[in-house]
Design a protein around this ligand. Structure first.
Ligand code: CMC
Length: 429
């Protein structure tokens, strides 16, 4: 039974329909509100606003639940791979063996960049942030595939595979360029994550790096855990751009820009910077946390807190276990991990964090694993972008396939000047 909602504005009642999701969450459909009453709703930061109906990912922030297409994240983390999960997100069900082989083959066939794209890399300054390069190059890639723009449906599987595959090639090329290293091309006999590590870390063409299975597994898991997260800032950006019927690559490129910010995907880099700073100052985290709580210098405990998770982030639980495992397997100890553990221990028992429901999020430990693997700090958010690509693609597809999809165009409450007359320059004070 759907609940009904009655709104009363200045004594005039308006009945609003509701929508109940498959997990029981209720949305009040206000699409008739402005026409019927002249009013709009105001929800800065969209904490109470559903922007769409979606069948891709389910989150219950109170219970710490994350499911892709109905599958619990912990089960996928244990049993699946990033590529199989990518297929699941984009096409809605786990692939059969044949579908998985076809999908993998399509990824391999599309992993090379158009040779012309190599020249674009040359013109970025050595100081360019890899996220700037990634966003620009994904957009540039669309110009090498003109049929992207018109043919929406029939070529979609190829374009999706091309994007998933090429984002990894672009990321590795930008790393090699920034470090003055020769470009390493992908190999067709390597699987997705192993191929990425090969392009990143092989010393030079013809000399392959050693691919340790535990490292390949750890990075594959990081990609999988980041693969989708419903209507977060970057995914909403992708959907918004897609709603104007921009092409897949343009929409994903916009998603990369949104992800870059330190409150979103950039948090994994910000966590490591914060831990390094604490370490450099000889603090064990106590002084830093006092500054956070006193809001000295607007500091935040990066990697803590989430708009949706108010109990725990299930990705953080998995990644913390993986972090301990990887460091043990690599026989590495990391003073930053010790600081992170201390920060977590204090924060989880501190009134400031408890009362605000602030818990470690996925970014709190992922940076430590990536550091152990040898991925430089400024590439951390790029790793997030590689992982998030299937989620963005699935959301793009959902927008394109929705017969009721309209261009996203929020309204506003105007608070500026009311009408005034133009003052000539000589008359202005
Ligand atoms: N450290 C200290 N205080 C915090 C933190 C934090 N990490 N996060 C929130 N608060 C405080 C904030 O100062 C405010 O306090 P008060 O009520 O005294 O003003 C209160 O908690 C509510 O904060 P908010 O900014 O209104 O919360 P939000 O839901 O808008 O922000 C967030 C969510 C993730 C942006 C925020 O928690 C944050 O900045 N965290 C650090 C950055 C981070 O780790 N981001 C990665 C998120 S997970 C990856 C992803 O999906 O993007």
């Amino acid at each position: 039974m759907k609940p009904t909602v009655e709104l009363n504005i200045d004594g005039k009642p308006l009945e609003l329909p509701t929508i109940v999701g498959s997990e029981g969450e209720v949305g009040i459909d206000i699409s008739s509100l402005r026409n019927a009453t002249g009013c709009i709703t105001l929800d800065p930061g969209y904490g109470n606003t559903g922007s769409c109906e979606s069948a891709i990912t389910f989150i219950d922030g109170e219970k710490g639940i994350l499911r892709y297409r109905g599958y619990d994240i912990a089960e996928l983390a244990e049993k699946s791979t990033f590529i199989e999960t990518s297929y699941l997100l984009i096409y809605g069900s786990l692939p059969t063996r044949t579908q998985l082989v076809e999908f993998s083959n399509m990824l391999s066939e599309n992993q090379m960049l158009h040779e012309g794209m190599r020249f674009h890399f040359e013109n970025f300054p050595a100081t360019a942030h890899p996220m700037a390069i990634l966003s620009a190059m994904i957009n540039a890639a669309s110009s090498y595939h003109p049929n992207l723009i018109s043919k929406r449906e029939s070529r979609f599987p190829y374009h999706a595979a091309r994007l998933i595959s090429q984002v990894r090639t672009i990321a590795a090329f930008s790393y090699r360029k920034a470090h003055g290293l020769p470009t390493i091309y992908p190999k067709t006999n390597l699987k997705y994550t192993a191929n990425f590590l090969h392009m990143m870390f092989s010393p030079y063409p013809g000399e392959d790096c050693e691919l340790k299975p535990e490292i390949v597994k750890a990075l594959d898991l990081i990609f999988l855990l980041h693969a989708d997260h419903e209507q977060n800032c970057s995914t909403s950006t992708v959907r918004m751009v897609a709603s104007s019927r921009a092409n897949l690559f343009a929409s994903a490129s916009a998603g990369v820009c949104a992800l870059w910010g330190p409150l979103h995907g950039g948090a994994n880099q910000a966590v490591l910077e914060m831990l390094e700073e604490i370490h450099k100052e000889g603090d064990d985290g106590t002084k830093f946390l006092n500054e956070v709580k006193n809001k000295t210098g607007n500091r935040r405990l990066m990697g803590f807190g989430h708009r949706v998770y108010k109990n725990f982030d299930p990705r953080a639980v998995i990644i913390k276990q993986q972090c301990d495992k990887v460091l043990a397997q690599l026989h590495k100890s990391d003073p930053l991990l010790d600081i992170a553990k201390k920060l977590e221990e204090i924060a989880l028992h501190d009134e400031y964090f408890i009362s605000r429901k602030l818990y470690p999020n996925v970014d709190f430990y992922s940076g430590i694993i990536m550091r152990a693997i040898g991925i430089p700090m400024d590439m951390f958010t790029v790793m997030f972008a590689i992982g998030r690509m299937p989620g963005w693609i699935a959301n793009f597809k959902e927008v394109m396939e929705d017969p009721d999809s309209r261009i996203a165009r929020p309204r506003q409450i105007y608070t500026g000047e009311t009408l005034r007359s133009y003052t000539p320059l000589e008359a202005r004070a």
